[in-house]
Design a protein around this ligand. Structure first.
Ligand SMILES: [Zn+2]
Length: 337
């Protein structure tokens, strides 16, 4: 082996450049990782089915109370008093943000893709000061953060780094081209200059922290797994849980870079152990009002997958497992045998 080393064409400088290239490649892979917009053509049918919008509207919306605003990019629904779901049905993510109005202040939980004018929507619903709380900092949850002065996220390095990095125009293009979009972009939106600007969090949240809005309080529940800094927010008084991407009724993203399956499963178990404290889930995508009884079934689903059971389709090493009311996307190599 030593002899072979001597014959290597690389001198010390060569090794340095090789090492540098490896480091750069690793950085590139990480940057293109979890929940970043994907280039057109890379989207698997398993992840984004063709003509996904033909299944809309989702049945739940006919049961909710619509609220008119001037911003037609969004559909707004009143879930309970002083609690609004702000939905983006025309873009594949079907992002959901929430406005919670208390007696003293209001918060927006996540700010969607950034395509529409979210600040205008919420300012038509409350006069109180509004700050942002991010369930995590993937691009489709922080798109309009920049419109607000106060931004909170979990005190986690990955979470903070994503917020500080923002997302450039080129990386966002696949989110508004091809079949990612099925209605025109809002008036005044310029796809050639659109970006998510780098931002600094103004507040860092810890597990168990209480966010006081006056007559209602939200508890931060740290639920890593989908991302290292994911949280859920419990409105105990109103018995609702804001889940971000930890749960939504669609294909849960457990396949992307940054996912930790053990942490994800432990977080779902944690939510299950607190099931007596909430009746409904307000999810980060698709459907803003889901019965909490789904949570134990998500726990069971992960267990089934890890035990080598469950129905799935596979493509490019990614499996989509099918369950009632949700699916799970996971890489085949993440499954313990
Ligand atoms: Zn996410």
């Amino acid at each position: 082996m030593r002899g072979r080393c001597k014959q290597s064409p690389l001198n010390k400088k060569g090794y340095f450049y090789l090492l540098l290239m490896v480091v750069l490649c690793v950085m590139l892979v990480n940057c293109a990782g979890e929940d970043q917009p994907q280039a057109e053509g890379e989207k698997s049918e398993l992840i984004q089915p063709a003509k996904w919008w033909e299944k809309l509207p989702r049945p739940i919306y006919a049961t909710l109370e619509p609220v008119e605003t001037s911003q037609k990019w969004f559909e707004v629904y009143r879930l309970i008093d002083n609690t609004y779901a702000i939905y983006e049905p025309y873009q594949f993510e079907e992002a959901l943000s929430y406005l919670l109005v208390g007696s003293e202040r209001a918060i927006v939980i996540d700010t969607g893709t950034g395509i529409g004018d979210l600040k205008q929507v919420v300012s038509e619903l409350t006069d109180l000061p509004i700050s942002v709380v991010n369930t995590h900092t993937h691009w489709d949850h922080i798109g309009n953060d920049y419109q607000f002065e106060e931004i909170a996220c979990y005190n986690n390095a990955d979470c903070i780094r994503r917020l500080q990095a923002g997302v450039g125009n080129a990386a966002l293009q696949s989110s508004i081209t091809g079949e990612s979009l099925w209605k025109p972009l809002p008036e005044g939106f310029d796809p050639t200059t659109w970006s998510i600007p780098p931002m600094e969090p103004t507040h860092l949240l810890e597990d168990g922290a209480l966010i006081n809005l006056g007559d209602r309080t939200l508890e931060v529940i740290y639920t890593p797994g989908h991302s290292p800094g994911s949280i859920c927010l419990l409105d105990r008084k109103n018995r609702i849980l804001f889940t971000g991407d930890t749960f939504f009724p669609g294909p849960l993203y457990a396949h992307t870079e940054g996912v930790n399956i053990d942490h994800y499963m432990a977080s779902i178990e944690r939510l299950k152990s607190r099931l007596h404290e909430y009746d409904y889930l307000c999810a980060g995508h698709n459907d803003p009002w889901v019965k909490s009884s789904v949570i134990p079934r998500v726990a069971d689903a992960f267990e089934e997958i890890m035990a080598g059971k469950g129905q799935y389709q596979e493509g490019d090493g990614i499996r989509r497992y099918y369950f009632e009311g949700f699916d799970i996307l996971i890489r085949a190599d993440m499954i313990k045998r």
